[in-house]
Design a protein around this ligand. Structure first.
Ligand code: AHG
Ligand code: MN
Ligand code: MN
Length: 367
């Protein structure tokens, strides 16, 4: 690629410094933290890219057998490695009061040899890890919160309660996508910016300024194998989409399912769409599949900052008061008009079983 095509683009560092100039009192801690997170993502991108050659495929094994995280899910080697990379790249600089991750039962305490800072980092180090062994896109997703502590209190250990903040209080959120190209997508609360990793420079370059999600779409993403467990509003929504041109929506829809929420979020940011992993009745102990603090909230902030919307179906995602670190939740996000429609269906009285043709939207018993 000609040099001239690259040199006009901002690097992530330049982008952050230019933003900070508008806040002369800012300490620079935040920018330093984002750059450390970006470095962690670059390291994970390399690990993912080496695949079998790097010995990184398969499950993480301990002497006791395959390891299992707090969610009860078998950990892949890359889940464990990525978690470690996030910690090592960010713990040392004095920007963080603590961290929490999908792969750690308890909050991570910054080791005593390092200063403690004013932010909390919450992350899913490798999202979509069932895709690793089959060479399909995976990602990392993170949320940054204020630690909200007085200066005299900065030495104390973090507790679960420190992390239980509503999503609207996030200072920043972002994800890295390890696909055909590696991208970092970031919001610091004034829009969403996308950066592509230039592999020869090792720099994230601003390639997608001010990302915006189209308000309407004809594409939806849901794992249909769970359909028998869906609640009535979700069944209604999907059945109406599937009915296509001749149904109540009067247009044909397309479906996608990557099984990596980060990759789905990226597709939706680029061309619109709606993603649902709703609350369902599959397992009474799990009100949804995805995790509030390090999946739903960061993706929610990114969606809203790009003009989209994120919801539980019943309320805006960013208004949910978390009750535990690894809490699961029903998640719907994407094109605004579509998410609002799904919210309307949840707000309306329970529908009669729609798959029964006698009670379908247009039938003998309904007009
Ligand atoms: P993780 O790999 O971090 O556990 O997350 C996987 C998540 C999410 O990314 C994806 O949308 C969903 O799980 C896929 O679930 P199914 O296997 O039920 O399709
Ligand atoms: Mn995940
Ligand atoms: Mn994960």
């Amino acid at each position: 690629m000609p040099l001239s095509n690259r040199s006009h683009r901002s690097t992530l560092t330049q982008f952050l410094i230019e933003k900070r100039r508008r806040f002369p009192s800012a300490s620079g801690d935040f920018n330093a933290l984002i750059l450390d997170v970006a470095l962690a993502c670059k390291a994970i991108a390399r690990g993912v890219a080496f695949g079998e050659l790097g010995g990184m495929m398969g499950n993480h094994a301990t002497e006791a057998g395959a390891s299992v995280n707090v969610q009860g899910e078998v950990q892949k080697k890359l889940d464990v490695l990525s978690n470690d990379v996030f910690i090592r790249r960010t713990e040392w600089a004095g920007n963080l009061a603590g961290m929490a991750s999908e792969e750690m039962d308890l909050p991570y305490q910054i080791p005593g040899q390092y200063p403690r800072g004013k932010y909390l980092l919450v992350f899913d180090p490798l999202d979509g890890s069932s895709n690793i062994d089959v060479n399909v896109s995976v990602g990392s997703i993170f949320s940054i919160l204020c630690a909200n502590r007085e200066v005299e209190d900065t030495g104390r250990d973090v507790t679960e309660a420190d992390f239980l903040q509503v999503g609207s209080k996030q200072v920043a959120a972002g994800y890295a996508l390890y696909g055909p190209t590696t991208m970092l997508v970031l919001t610091v609360g004034d829009g969403v910016s996308g950066f592509t990793l230039d592999p020869s420079l090792g720099e994230f370059m601003l390639t997608h300024p001010q990302m915006q999600i189209p308000a309407d779409t004809q594409e939806f993403a849901i794992n249909a194998s769970n359909s028998r467990f869906w609640e009535a509003p979700v069944k209604r929504y999907v059945e109406e989409c599937l009915a296509g041109k001749t149904g109540p929506r009067a247009k044909d829809f397309n479906t996608r399912w990557i099984a990596s929420m980060v990759a789905e979020a990226h597709r939706i940011l680029m061309r619109g769409g709606v993603f649902l992993y709703p609350r369902d009745t599959k397992d009474a102990d799990k009100p949804g599949r995805l995790r509030l603090l390090y999946e739903a909230n960061p993706v929610g902030m990114i969606m809203e900052q790009a003009g989209g919307r994120a919801s539980t179906g019943y309320q805006p995602m960013l208004d949910v008061q978390p009750t535990s670190l690894h809490q699961r939740i029903g998640l719907v996000f994407g094109s605004k008009n579509e998410v609002e429609r799904i919210e309307r269906y949840h707000a309306e009285p329970v529908q009669i079983e729609l798959s029964n043709p006698l009670f379908a939207v247009r039938s003998l018993f309904r007009d």
